[in-house]
Design a protein around this ligand. Structure first.
Ligand SMILES: [Zn+2]
Length: 300
């Protein structure tokens, strides 16, 4: 059984190549996965746009309606970092549904990844920081609402703190939010997760991995997790424009091995999402996002 990968061509909303958000990383990631023999027909699933009823479990109803109607107030669009036109709106609905689908595939097969997702700055009231809808929070609440799972662990290793996920799930005791991130990175005003680890600028592979290695057993001991959502943001890389943590490609690979190996070793289903990555060399960035899929494919 190949690694189950969720993808949709409209994950790419077609921004100009010089846009601050490297939108072309989505099609380039699929090219990288094809080159590795991972994006074969029996591995791929495509989501339908998320229904408003799912989105409204995590987000304010008026904000969801604004995104679907492409009538998001300019002030919020500025906080998101781009205008919410028809393609961005569709992309947000697809990427969110993609994480829901990947989580269901993970429950079925043990592991699955969405070739998008990790929009962790979207809060209950609105989007922010290149994030329109919070796919992991939506998927968590959908699975809980259906009774598909009882306890959810979110392991967010994107270099930025998972403020939106923390905001949405703060009153949901069945979902535990963990974020390990660069202390001095966006967002300036962080919203406390259930557990936050803030790392200093320039933390390299060794210190990073040592810290993570100590925390994973603590996390798995907290409850009997029915699923883990793993945000494998590659903006921890030394070459990233926005991150400040100085990991290498090998460090990212070791990180993904550590997380996936730990939870799969315990038999816990894991749903991977790609999270952030902001290098100007988008082809190299896509290769970096492919590491998650390479590592996950060893655990099917
Ligand atoms: Zn990030």
């Amino acid at each position: 059984m190949p690694l189950q990968i969720v993808h949709h061509p409209d994950y790419d909303a077609g921004f100009a190549v010089n846009h601050r958000f490297p939108m072309s990383k989505y099609p380039l990631l699929m090219e990288a996965l094809r080159a590795r023999g991972l994006a074969v027909a029996e591995a791929l699933s495509m989501p339908e746009p998320a229904p408003a009823s799912w989105l409204k479990q995590a987000h304010a109803a008026d904000y969801v309606d604004q995104v679907i109607a492409c009538r998001v107030p300019e002030k919020i669009e500025r906080e998101i970092g781009f205008a919410v036109g028809p393609r961005v709106s569709l992309r947000a609905q697809l990427a969110t549904a993609g994480t829901v689908l990947a989580s269901r595939l993970a429950l079925q097969h043990g592991i699955a990844c969405n070739a998008a997702g990790g929009s962790h700055h979207a809060r209950r009231a609105q989007g922010a920081g290149f994030c329109t809808f919070n796919d992991v929070a939506v998927a968590s609440l959908v699975l809980l609402g259906e009774g598909a799972v009882r306890n959810i662990l979110i392991v967010d290793l994107d270099v930025h703190q998972g403020d939106g996920t923390a905001d949405i799930l703060k009153d949901e005791p069945r979902a535990f939010t963990f974020s390990m991130h660069g202390e001095r990175n966006y967002p300036v005003r962080k919203i406390a997760s259930d557990l936050d680890v803030a790392l200093p600028d320039g933390t390299g592979d060794d210190a990073y991995l040592e810290r993570l290695d100590g925390i994973l057993p603590e996390l798995s001991a907290r409850a009997r997790w029915d699923i883990v959502f793993y945000n494998a943001g590659v903006d921890v890389h030394a070459g990233d424009r926005l991150g400040r943590l100085a990991l290498t490609d090998d460090g990212i690979r070791a990180r993904d091995e550590m997380v996936i190996g730990h939870f799969r070793g315990l038999g816990i289903p894991l749903c991977g999402v790609i999270g952030g990555g902001y290098s100007t060399d988008v082809a190299t960035l896509a290769e970096r996002h492919a590491i998650l899929f390479e590592v996950a494919s060893n655990y099917t």
